[in-house]
Design a protein around this ligand. Structure first.
Ligand code: GTP
Ligand code: SPV
Ligand code: MN
Length: 580
C-alpha cells in the first residue's frame, strides 16, 4: 500500500463517520490561508482589526464555554489502564470510540472537512514528525498554518507508509457535555470533538507533540517536553542553550523572549512551549522546537513585560478572545496602565470598568515565530541546539526559592518530579489552587508518570555531560502579597548566574535542596530590589520544606513500587538533610 493510499483510506473512513459536504485537501499555501480568512470574514468567524495599525490581523471570539483546555474531558485510551497511570484520565479504547463516535456521527453535515498534512519540527530534521489531521473548523486550519508546517513538506518526511499520527477533529456542537479529547497512543491516533480552542483543537500541539509524542519518545529513547528553548549569549558572543519547563500560563513565552537588562547579554528565542530533545551520537542532548509559531497568552503582555511579543503581534496575527477598542485595535489587561474608553469585551459586549476582565484571562495570539525579533538565526537547524542547562519553574506564592541548582542529574529529576504549582486560566476550573505538576507535564504526559520519571533517569545515563538542572520560582510573594522578585526582563540576571554555573564561574551555597546563589553572586547592578527582599526570595525554610516533603511523599505513594527507587531515595535524603 502506498503512502497516499494509507492516508486516503483513513480520510475516507473519517468522512464516512462525519459525513462532510465535501473533502478539501490543504496545501499550506498563502492563497489557501487568504481564502480561509476571506471566508471567515464573510461568515463572522473572524473580525477585521485596524488595517493601518494591525495589518492582516483578525479577532476570533470563541464560544463562551470553550475558552481553555478541558483536562477533565481529556483521556489517554490505552488497552491497559496502568499504561496511562493514575495522573491521567483513562478510558478503554472501544468505549472511547463508542462514546465519541456518537458525537462525531454526521457531525460535519453541511460543512467541508479539511485534510491537513503537517510537519512538527524543522524541515530536513531526523527529529521531525508527521501528522495528518481532519477538521471542520476553518479557524483551526488557519491556526495550523501558523503553528505547524502544512502541505507536501509533511508527507515528504514520512519514513514509512504509516509513519504519521492521525487526528480527527470536529467542533461538534461545542457543548462541554459532548466534548472529548481522546488519545490512542498505541494506534498513533487522536480524536477530539466538541471544542475549537487551543490545545483541544490544534492537534499538532499538545495532543501530538506532547501526549502521543511523549509516548513515542519513551519507546524511542528521546524526550518530548513542555519546555521553551533559548540561547543565552554572553558579552564575548558565546551562546549557551537552555530549555525550561513551566506549567501553562506560567512564564515560558515571557522567558523565551526576554529582553536583557544586562549590557552585553542577550537572549535568543528557539521555542516557547514544546521541546523535543534527543541524545546525539556524542552523548550531547540536542533540542528542536516542533512548532512554527506561537499560541501565546495575551493578558499581561506589554512593552514592559515582553516587548518582543508586542512587536511581533502587530501584523499577520490572529487574536482570540481579546477585547476590542473603538479604533478596532486588540486590548487586554496589562497592555496599557488604563483601559481605553469604549471597549468591547471578549464576547463583543460593551465593557464597563468593574465588570470583570475585558479580555478573557486565557485570551491568546497566534503568530508565526519568524515575526519575533528575538528569534535565533539557527532556530530551525535540523540538528537542533545543544542543551547545557534545564530549568524547572512553577508558580508558588510561598516556600520555593527564586532559584537553586540541583546537585546532579538524578537530584534534578527529583526536583522536577516534585514540582507543584498554582493553577491558571489556561485550564478550565479554579485558578490559584496548588497542585502537583511534575515537570509541568501533568496534563501532557501520555503515559504512566512513574515510568516517565524512570525514562528521565535512563536518558541521563546516556548523556556524556548531563545538562545542569535548575529550579526557579518567579512568583514568590511577601506578607503583603507583592512579588518578591520583579521578574520579566530582570530574569536575565538569573540566566546569567546559570550560564556562569555551567561554565564553573559563579559562586553558590549548599542547602538541603541544592545550590543557592552565594551573596553577591547574582548580578544585581542597576536592580531596584533591596538585599533583604532578595534574601527573602532566596530563603529556604526548613519547617515549610519538611511539611512540603511530607505532602510530596503522599503524592509519590500512589505510584507504589512503580516509583523509581532513586526518586524515593532523593526524597528521603532531602528530609534527612533538613533534619540533620
Ligand atoms: P502556556 O502557553 O499556557 O504553556 O504558558 P506560558 O508558560 O508560555 O505562559 P506565559 O509566558 O505567557 O505566562 C503568562 C503569565 O505569566 C502572565 O500572567 C504573566 O504575567 C506571568 N509571568 C510571566 N513571567 C513572569 C515573571 O517573571 N514574573 C511574574 N510575576 N509573572 C510572570
Ligand atoms: C497550555 O495550556 O499549556 C498552552 C495553551 O500552551 S493550549 O495550546 O491551549 O494547551
Ligand atoms: Mn503550554
Amino acid at each position: 500500500m502506498s503512502v497516499t493510499s494509507v492516508t486516503e483510506k483513513w480520510v475516507d473512513e473519517a468522512a464516512a463517520l462525519t459525513r462532510p459536504s465535501r473533502v478539501v485537501w490543504c496545501d499550506g499555501s498563502k492563497i489557501e490561508y487568504d481564502a480561509l480568512v476571506e471566508e471567515m470574514l464573510r461568515d463572522g468567524t473572524l473580525l477585521p482589526l485596524n488595517p493601518t495599525t494591525y495589518p492582516n490581523c483578525y479577532l476570533h471570539r470563541s464560544h463562551p464555554q470553550d475558552v481553555a483546555r478541558t483536562e477533565q474531558l481529556t483521556f489517554i485510551c490505552t488497552c491497559e489502564r496502568d499504561d496511562a497511570g493514575l495522573t491521567n484520565n483513562w478510558m478503554a479504547p472501544a468505549e472511547a470510540k463508542a462514546r465519541a463516535g456518537g458525537f462525531l456521527r454526521g457531525a460535519m453535515q453541511d460543512r467541508p472537512m479539511y485534510v491537513i498534512p503537517y510537519l512538527m519540527g524543522p524541515a530536513g530534521s531526523s527529529m521531525s514528525r508527521v501528522g495528518l489531521m481532519v477538521t471542520d473548523s476553518a479557524y483551526v486550519v488557519a491556526s495550523m498554518h501558523i503553528m505547524t508546517r502544512v502541505g507536501p513538506v509533511a508527507l515528504q518526511h514520512m519514513r514509512s507508509e504509516d509513519d504519521l499520527v492521525f487526528g480527527l477533529h470536529s467542533l461538534g456542537d461545542l457543548s462541554p457535555d459532548r466534548r472529548l479529547i481522546l488519545h490512542f497512543p498505541e494506534e498513533k491516533l487522536i480524536w477530539s470533538v466538541g471544542s475549537g480552542y487551543g490545545g483541544n483543537a490544534l492537534l499538532g500541539k499538545k495532543c501530538h507533540s506532547l501526549r502521543i509524542g511523549s509516548w513515542q519518545a519513551r519507546r524511542e529513547g528521546w524526550l518530548a517536553e513542555h519546555m521553551l528553548i533559548i540561547g543565552v549569549e554572553d558579552p564575548e558572543g558565546r551562546v549557551a542553550y537552555l530549555a525550561a519547563a513551566m506549567p501553562s500560563a506560567s512564564g515560558k513565552t515571557n522567558l523565551a523572549m526576554v529582553e536583557s537588562r544586562l549590557p552585553g547579554w542577550r537572549v535568543w528565542t528557539v521555542g516557547d512551549d514544546i521541546a523535543w530533545m534527543h541524545v546525539d551520537a556524542s552523548g550531547q542532548l540536542r533540542a528542536t522546537n516542533p512548532e512554527r509559531g506561537f499560541f501565546g497568552v495575551a493578558p499581561n503582555t506589554s512593552p514592559k513585560t515582553n516587548a518582543n511579543a508586542i512587536t511581533m503581534v502587530r501584523s499577520n496575527t490572529i487574536f482570540t478572545n481579546v477585547a476590542l477598542t473603538p479604533s478596532r485595535e486588540p486590548w487586554w489587561e496589562g497592555l496599557t496602565a488604563e483601559p481605553p474608553a469604549g471597549l468591547m469585551d471578549w464576547q463583543g459586549r460593551p465593557w464597563q470598568p468593574g465588570s470583570g476582565p475585558a479580555a478573557h484571562p486565557n485570551s491568546r495570539f497566534t503568530v508565526l515565530a519568524q515575526q519575533c525579533p528575538s528569534m535565533a538565526p539557527n532556530w530551525e537547524d535540523p540538528q537542533g541546539v545543544p542543551i547545557s542547562g534545564l530549568i524547572f519553574g512553577s508558580r508558588r506564592s510561598q516556600v520555593i526559592p527564586l532559584v537553586f541548582e540541583a546537585f546532579d542529574w538524578t537530584h534534578g529529576v527529583f526536583l522536577g518530579s516534585a514540582m507543584s504549582t498554582e493553577t491558571t486560566a489556561a485550564i478550565t476550573g479554579k485558578v490559584g489552587v496548588v497542585r502537583r505538576d511534575p515537570m509541568a507535564m501533568l496534563p501532557f504526559c501520555g503515559y504512566n508518570m512513574a515510568d516517565y520519571f524512570a525514562h528521565w533517569l535512563a536518558v541521563g545515563r546516556r548523556l556524556a555531560r548531563p545538562p545542569r538542572i535548575f529550579r526557579v520560582n518567579w512568583f514568590r510573594r511577601d506578607g503583603d502579597g507583592r512579588f518578591l522578585w520583579p521578574g520579566y526582563s530582570e530574569n536575565v540576571r538569573i540566566l546569567k548566574w546559570m550560564v556562569e554555573r555551567i561554565r564553573g564561574a559563579a559562586r553558590a551555597e549548599e542547602t538541603p535542596v541544592g545550590w543557592i546563589p552565594a551573596p553577591g553572586a547574582l548580578d544585581t547592578s542597576g536592580l531596584d530590589v533591596t538585599p533583604e527582599r532578595l534574601r527573602q526570595a532566596l530563603h529556604c525554610d526548613a519547617q515549610e520544606w519538611l511539611a512540603a516533603l511530607d505532602d510530596l511523599g503522599e503524592f509519590y505513594r500512589q505510584f507504589g513500587p512503580r516509583l523509581p527507587a532513586p526518586i524515593a531515595q532523593a526524597l528521603a535524603e532531602t528530609q534527612r538533610r533538613f533534619r540533620a
